[in-house]
Ligand binder design. Structure first.
Ligand code: PGA
Length: 299
């Protein structure tokens, strides 16, 4: 059987995404180039790998078998890369990490400290939303992930390393700015400026209000914490955000924290990896650094 690693990579990408078009996008290839690789692979095993039913494509039995093997082969190649990296030591390795949007507010500082200590390490940081991180973990892509709550339904190892309190914010001239222990029910008719659907912060806020039996209404949705802070400052509504995004605004008094009953909402930051994933020396060094020093650094 004459099969190339490239053909296996293209095949696995089509199989994972159930689409030639998506695979072409991900691999930066044209769709005919993707089809050609699949055709060549099919002709070398002399069996079809996909079948089309309506608009959808499905793996044939041969395709299922091939998919299992292609995943094993890619895992072995990853492992070979790790072992070879280990021979080079921490100083010259590569670190792939993904962090949830809100975590990016402190991750860059951690990375700066880490790369000062290990100067030869090259770092690839992906800042993205919870849903994308979930897919990345499913596909075993990043070495490590920093997020607000481990994803459900995927086997992961997750360790909490720092508190992540969510606080309610308002402009300094807000009538409640100096009030003490405000009743949560006071906000039952409020329309909050919130993060987009899929944000871990929004999910935690909604759970909190539900647990307290108080209605929570979303007003304007925004996909960045910066935009939320500016909107609250401009008087577009109240907001609830991680304390880690607010350092500057609270210090310069452009925003104030409201003193609300049962606030802050207590959350944690987690360091997450696929269960059983073998970490490279660099990734292990980064993990050790986060678990033992991150909290101190951010404080
Ligand atoms: P975010 O927060 O998704 O709201 O940026 C991180 C998280 O809670 O996972």
């Amino acid at each position: 059987m004459r099969v190339t690693l490239r053909q296996l990579e293209v095949f696995a990408t089509v199989a994972r995404n159930g689409s030639f078009t998506k695979a072409a996008d991900i691999l930066h290839l044209s769709q005919p180039a993707v089809s050609m690789q699949i055709k060549q692979l099919e002709s070398s095993i002399d069996m079809p790998l996909f079948e089309q039913i309506g608009k959808k494509i499905y793996l044939t039995n041969a395709g299922e078998e091939m998919f299992t093997y292609s995943q094993q082969i890619s895992q072995l190649l990853d492992e070979a890369e790790i072992v070879l990296e280990e021979l080079k030591g921490v100083q010259s390795g590569r670190l792939d990490i993904s962090v949830a949007t809100t975590a990016s507010h402190f991750t860059t500082r951690l990375l700066a400290a880490f790369s000062k200590r290990f100067e030869g390490v090259s770092i690839n940081l992906d800042v993205t939303n919870r849903e994308t991180i979930r897919h990345q973990l499913e596909n075993n892509e990043p070495d490590l992930v920093i997020m607000g709550q481990p994803p459900e339904g995927i086997e992961v190892d997750a360790q909490a390393f720092m508190e992540n309190p969510l606080v309610m914010i308002a402009p300094p001239d807000h009538p409640l700015a100096n009030a003490k222990n405000i009743d949560l029910s006071h906000f039952a008719d409020e329309h909050f400026v919130v993060r987009e659907r899929g944000s871990g912060t929004l999910g935690a806020i909604e759970r909190f209000f539900k647990e307290h039996g108080v209605p929570f209404h979303t007003g304007i949705e925004m996909s960045s914490n910066e935009a939320i802070k500016q909107a609250v400052e401009a008087g577009l509504g109240l907001g609830i955000a991680s304390i880690h995004t607010l350092e500057l605004e609270l210090e310069t008094k452009r925003l104030v924290m409201l003193d609300v009953e049962d606030f802050p909402i207590n959350r944690h930051w987690f360091l997450v990896q696929r269960k059983g994933k073998r970490l490279s020396t660099v990734a292990q060094a980064f993990k050790d650094f986060i678990l033992s020093e991150a909290e101190e650094f951010i404080r």
